[in-house]
Design a protein around this ligand. Structure first.
Ligand code: SF4
Length: 403
């Protein structure tokens, strides 16, 4: 028998976009019959723009969403979210037009690039060498396909995809993502051609999401070839849980190497561009907070996705409620701010609550909301970031060459 919808949270989070995003991502949303399938909803999650332009990818099809107090309804020409007591206006993000098109080789662009708010993830090779060795991460998600063929997308196919993304203005940050490879370089040699060509042809930022290379010189190389940002996702800070849930990462890379590589990268890349995920719900909140403190101490931005359980992967620690995890996001905002780490690079991401969005959870000191709104309106932040990133790289590369 299905549990009754919990009414305790009703009205509590609806009017704060920061806490609403967290609660929606945790509990999902039910879709009212007034909302048509197809155009608006494809896949497991729906992208919504909440008040104050916060974008959220909200689970809507998994089993756990059936207990959610939130319902998405059509109202006039728009949409509202109701919690049974009150409602707020939201917008549904339409699927990008380019998802319907294909590369000149016949591959649908939607297979190569996936938009998550301000960034698009491209995974040129869907393989991860942890697969088939029984050491893959126990929650494994993302764009990696355990049953994939050996299809690797060529540089040209990726360039065509980036062109489609840019033409539509879907996002201005391209995340190149790669799974585990056995070499020393963490996959950077393979990605170099993609990074160089994207930077050569398009005015966009490129982030690399990879596992740490064995040697730091590959981190220098990642920066030198044009990456603007790098993510080595530790995922779990607690050492024992890390070993249990990420056996491949623990045995073939090691937690210490993660932390060392992140520290080194933060010394090379500009403030706010080195990041690491800590998945909320796979370890106790106190442990996530310790991870936040450690990462911010070394100049790394913690990014906190919420674990989405599926029937075959019920790894989530329970109970996990917004009441329990909102303080973790508050801690995130305060820690990043205290260490003066730039929050503007990691923002507008539909699948996680970013540090800058977590600011809505703390008291509005120093006109935080006003700063956010003017930043979104002007878009000066990203333009400045592009200019600075180019100048900084030139100086850094020259520095290394001169040594
Ligand atoms: S590194 Fe882990 S999460 Fe990433 S693709 Fe490999 S098994 Fe999956």
């Amino acid at each position: 028998m299905r549990r009754p919808v919990n009414s305790r949270v009703q009205g509590k989070y609806l009017h704060n976009p920061g806490s609403l995003k967290i609660d929606l991502m945790l509990r999902g949303i039910r879709i009212d019959g007034s909302v048509s399938e197809g155009e608006d909803i494809e896949g497991l999650g729906i992208d919504l723009i909440l008040p104050r332009n916060i974008i959220a990818n909200v689970p809507c099809k998994e089993e756990f969403t059936k207990d959610s107090p939130y319902v998405l309804k059509k109202k006039g020409k728009g949409y509202v979210i109701t919690d049974g007591i009150d409602e707020v206006d939201v917008r549904v993000v339409p699927k990008p037009e380019f998802y319907r098109k294909k590369t000149s080789t016949g591959v649908p662009f939607s297979k190569i690039g996936i938009v998550h708010g301000s960034y698009t993830v491209i995974t040129p090779s869907p393989r991860c060498e942890f697969f088939h060795s029984n050491i893959e991460c126990r929650y494994c998600a993302g764009n990696f396909d355990v049953n994939s063929t050996d299809r690797v997308y060529s540089v040209d196919e990726v360039l065509e995809t980036v062109e489609a993304v840019m033409k539509e203005g879907s996002s201005r940050i391209i995340y190149l993502s790669i799974g585990f490879t056995k070499g020393d370089d963490g996959g950077i040699e393979f990605l170099t051609g993609y990074i160089r060509e994207i930077k050569k042809h398009f005015n966009c930022l490129v982030a690399v999401e990879a596992l740490p290379p064995k040697h730091n010189r590959w981190i220098d190389e990642t920066y030198a070839v044009g990456a603007d940002s790098v993510l080595y996702n530790l995922e779990i800070f607690d050492s024992e849980l890390f070993e249990m849930i990420c056996p491949g990462r623990a045995s073939l890379i090691g937690r210490d190497r993660y932390l060392e590589a992140l520290r080194y990268a933060a010394g090379i890349f500009p403030s706010g561009t080195v990041a690491s995920h800590l998945i909320v719900g796979l370890e106790p909140p106190g442990s996530t907070c310790m991870g936040i403190d450690f990462l911010t101490d070394i100049g790394v931005v913690p990014i906190l996705p919420i674990y989405r359980p599926s029937p075959s992967r019920a790894l989530r620690i329970e109970p996990l409620t917004a009441e329990i995890i909102i303080p973790v996001y508050r801690h995130l905002y305060n820690a990043v701010r205290k260490k003066n780490i730039n929050m503007n690079w990691v923002r507008d991401i539909s699948v996680v609550t970013t540090p800058i969005e977590s600011g809505y959870l703390v008291e509005d000191k120093g006109g935080f909301k006003g700063i956010m709104e003017s930043f979104y309106k002007s878009k000066i932040g990203l333009k400045t970031a592009w200019g600075l990133s180019t100048i900084r790289r030139k100086l850094r590369v020259r520095d290394v060459e001169e040594k």
